[in-house]
Design a protein around this ligand. Structure first.
Ligand code: FES
Length: 219
């Protein structure tokens, strides 16, 4: 994990304003916390900024701090801690490639090569503004490694071929289906579950009435 810093001054916008839709969502989040605890909404607010602008700028951080009664540095700490927040503009399709050990052992190096060849260095945005990528720490889906997160969804069990196909589809404006590229069921072994396969385990037919002493007679 490298140090996370805000985008340089020349990239920062002069100001930030909520859209009407985002503002309405802010009100919802503010309403979830008791008076005096509005700063608890800092993560949803940052997320809404990112959904609106594509990334989190300094003016947006300042606006959040003012509204939630937090010093700017506190908002900055949260934004720089969580890698889900983009601190600089990203491409329309931002590919977050997991590079942690299980994904690395299952071929994430090949996926990173694809990114470098097709997009360039991490955090570089292609000229057409369509693609960018970054390497992430564990995305929490190691059983289905290697994993790439795109638009909040996980694409799993990838290899260079299936990942290239996803990028082709994104560039062609096609919808890409998240989930396992090899048809894995949930996080079961490849080829399907190997244990706990008997349906009677789940349909209740094995349940036996239990007699508990001391129950009232007409329980
Ligand atoms: S190591 Fe990649 S999802 Fe956990």
């Amino acid at each position: 994990m490298s140090t996370r810093r805000l985008a340089p001054d020349e990239v920062q916008p002069a100001s930030f304003e909520w859209s009407k839709e985002s503002r309405a969502k802010c009100e919802f989040w503010l309403g979830k916390y008791p008076q005096g605890r509005q700063r608890s909404a800092v993560i949803p607010f940052l997320w809404l900024v990112q959904k609106q602008e594509g990334w989190v700028s300094r003016p947006a951080l300042e606006a959040i701090g003012q509204e939630l009664g937090m010093p700017y540095i506190r908002v900055l700490e949260v934004a720089t801690f969580y890698t889900m927040f983009h601190l600089a503009p990203v491409g329309k399709h931002h590919l977050q490639v997991c590079g942690t050990t299980p994904c690395m052992l299952r071929g994430s190096g090949e996926l990173i090569k694809v990114c470098k060849n097709r997009i360039g260095d991490h955090h570089h945005v292609t000229k057409d503004g369509l693609l960018s990528w970054e390497e992430m720490e564990c995305l929490g889906s190691c059983a289905n490694a290697p994993v790439v997160a795109i638009h909040d969804y996980y694409h799993e069990d990838l290899d260079a071929e299936s990942f290239n196909k996803i990028i082709d589809d994104l560039l062609a404006g096609k919808e890409v289906k998240p989930g396992s590229a090899i048809g894995r069921q949930g996080s079961a072994p490849e080829g399907g579950p190997t244990t706990l396969k008997d349906p009677s385990l789940y349909d209740g037919s094995l349940a036996k009435p239990v007699k508990i002493p001391n129950l009232p007679e007409k329980a």
